[in-house]
Design a protein around this ligand. Sequence first.
Ligand code: CTP
Ligand code: MG
Length: 584
Amino acid sequence: MAARGVGLLTHLPLRAQRSQGLRPSLRLLSCPGTVAADVRKEEQSSGSAETGSEDKTPKKRFSEVQKERREQAQRSVLIHFPNKISEKKFLKYLSQHGPVNNHFFYESFGLYAVVEFCQKESVASLQSVTRTPSLGTEAAIPFRSRCFHLKLKNASNQTAEQSCISRSNQSPPSSKKLFELLCDAESIDDQLNTLLKEFQLTEENTKLRYFTSSLIEDIAAAYFPDCAVRPFGSSVNGFGKLGCDLDMFLDLDEIGKFSDHKTLGNFLMEFQVKNVPSERIATQKILSVIGECLDHFGPGCVGVQKILNARCPLVRFSHQASGFQCDLTTNNRIALKSSELLYIYGALDSRVRALVFSIRCWARAHSLTSSIPGAWITNFSLTMMVIFFLQRRSPPILPTLDYLKSLADAEDKCVIEGHNCTFVCDLNRIKPSGNTETLELLLKEFFEYFGNFAFNKNSINIRQGREQNKPEPSPLHIQNPFETSLNISKNVSQSQLQKFVDLARESAWILHQEVNDHPSPSNKLWGLAALLLPSVAKNVSQAKRKKKKPASERVKNLLESIKSSSSTENSTNTNGTRTVTTQA
Ligand code: CTP
Ligand code: MG
């Protein structure tokens, strides 16, 4: 579950190179008039997340979204097909097996289509006419999955109509494109919303994530027929960037549930089972076998690693057809619950996701986060820091977890392994915040807040929404919201924390300068663009170092001056325009 952020600007080509081995950039090709076109409309509206223009339509519960998407995924198939194809003929051919609800095309080691049938039976019908390939010198393992190759009997007939497939690129923007988009924006608020729009998971990408999970479920179901494989983490919590990993959880609890209904009369029937010394050993054994299955039978599952001695044992692999780096765990229901909590926080106010995406991208651009496990801060920790910061605003933008718990009803009650994970699940019952601060102000104050945070003595705690004494001496302490004795950032070293603090101060300084300098024709890199370019941060820092005053004193003075002017900004600058003047 290591953080895999998307680097920005100078980091993008590097990331692209690093991932070339297993995952070329994902290009989605959409069909006009189908779900992909609808989705684009949705994206356009979700991208224009302005303060005060909240969508008033009822928001779906996390469990409803999961259920709906799981069910769609189970009716879907993945088809690899030759470049030369007529979309019309392809759909006509598939509709022999039943009506197609929607479909989309994408590129990843060739062309693929995800096709969602209206009925699950259509998948079985297609499987029944599909043959196992004969491979000549190699032997095929006859595993009947929902991934197919479509071969053409007569390729020349198809070429004339192949241009029918409309193509839309769903990869994150190139560094050049992003730079242009950010610099063309009207305001810093506009920049943050643009970044969100460009980097958030598209509808198709989300579908592909649920679909991939359901493929893994098919494999696990060979041993555990009633199991569920559920995506969690940033794939489903609203904070995923294009290219993030796919965290999955093998849920075996469903199996137990069935037996509850079958207790008749005085008898209680139990399965005969193998006993092992601990829950952890059971988890390791299950994951070990599923890992073997993925390695041997899973089409496109490559680079399978069984990391069974980790605190949370997992199987890591790449799924070639989708291009996802996957982590499969089991017995991890609390993480699913924390994904639900983040989903709620992200959906409560449109500023939350915009701010989190920018902070995640900022951290990636400055190598504060990494795809390699180590002493770095993670995206999950950064998200918690943003949530905490938004709970500390006046009036608060986000409620505390304790408040969400107080709104819960009997149906919401949830205790997992002795941990109380109860909170209200119906978002529509949570009153929106009256806070109207701009994203520009929030971004600046985020950097200022954490640039001055007493990390040496205080812990970040979203349950109570206030700073608390650290219970242990780790440099950074962020309390796990449900397993309250755990620190989610225990891995972070003092030097990484210091780097974060220095960059936060630097960024507060840059934003403060922005207020005075922009708009200026010579100042092309402004606002968020200036923050995301490590070279700019370095240049500014070098320029500052040339001045006589020591950096620490200068930053301190600047932060003081920002503080003294922020009360004026709070009352005047709430519309996202760049009209604030502060005393430098
Ligand atoms: N998690 C946790 N405690 C941790 C790390 C992770 O509870 N110390 C849970 C969180 O629910 C998190 C999920 O595991 O969202 C997946 O972890 P990870 O992949 O590291 O983070 P993501 O939120 O998915 O972010 P990214 O986009 O970097 O993958
Ligand atoms: Mg993840």
